[in-house]
Write a protein that binds this ligand. Structure first.
Ligand code: 1GP
Length: 248
């Protein structure tokens, strides 16, 4: 079964919890330990990636992560230097809220030959960057203006465009370290207009927020910063339980 099909089946049952790991910031031991701690405390998948690579540790750590957990390991590429065979799939993101051609198609063209070479599963994803109350790395690195926080109609129009273009997933991101997460109203409206699975991330720092986001219709909730501060198994378990309490 493809990873995408697995994700669709998971989304039909309940809301799911993804942990975001930035392998460039981790040494070998902490990469393995973080992945195992997430997987054994209820995470349904690991997104692996970041906005920039300073230490060239991405592939080495990704391979170790993949070897040590059974849950899906999915590359979340900030830049498409992040293509590697040591993952179950890669989110082939097009930053549909951007008007920067490099983010809409340029990076994907650079990545495509490697994806082909590795026979890696690529999941075409409409990535929407939403205003978060502060500037974020993804906003800066993608040279993109985020969608205004309250402009739900614009979010719906972008999600519909992604669907009609044949994309398979929607990822709405307030950006890592966002001051405010995406509004529940925006998520529920997008959910109303498209049956595509929806991933929500950025600024989801407590299990209570995660549950609200899940209740508004998110199929996958992503947490990075809250766990980066401390890979606390109890906190991870509370996030997972809060998200899993939302059934479909
Ligand atoms: C960023 O959605 C992710 O792309 C996670 O955001 O680090 O704020 O949890 P946080």
């Amino acid at each position: 079964m493809t990873t995408y099909k697995k994700l669709c089946e998971m989304a039909q049952q309940r809301a799911n919890f993804f942990c975001l790991l930035d392998p460039d910031n981790l040494d070998k031991d902490s990469a393995v330990e973080s992945a195992i701690t997430c997987a054994s405390n209820g995470a349904d998948g690991l997104l692996v990636g970041g906005s920039i690579m300073l230490h060239d540790k991405f592939e080495e750590n990704l391979k170790l992560i993949k070897e040590n957990v059974k849950i899906p390991v999915i590359i979340f590429p900030g830049i498409f230097n992040f293509v590697s065979p040591y993952a179950d799939a890669l989110l082939l993101l097009s930053v549909i809220t951007s008007r920067n051609p490099q983010m809409l198609i340029g990076e994907q063209v650079r990545a495509a030959p490697l994806i082909y070479k590795y026979n890696l599963e690529a999941i075409g994803t409409g990535y929407m960057l939403v205003e978060s109350g502060n500037s974020t790395s993804v906003q800066y690195m993608s040279d993109s203006f985020p969608l205004p926080h309250k402009k739900t109609d614009l979010a719906v129009a972008h999600a519909l465009a992604a669907k009609y273009l044949g994309m398979k997933l929607i990822y709405m991101d307030a950006g890592s370290g966002a001051k405010m997460p995406i509004s529940e109203h925006m998520i529920s409206e997008v959910k109303k207009y498209t049956e595509l699975p929806i991933i929500i991330g950025g600024g989801i720092n407590t299990p209570e927020i995660a549950k609200k986001i899940a209740l508004s219709g998110a199929d996958f909730i992503v947490t990075g910063t809250a766990l980066e501060k401390s890979m606390d198994p109890i906190l991870i378990r509370s996030f997972a339980d809060a998200v899993h309490s939302v059934k479909r």
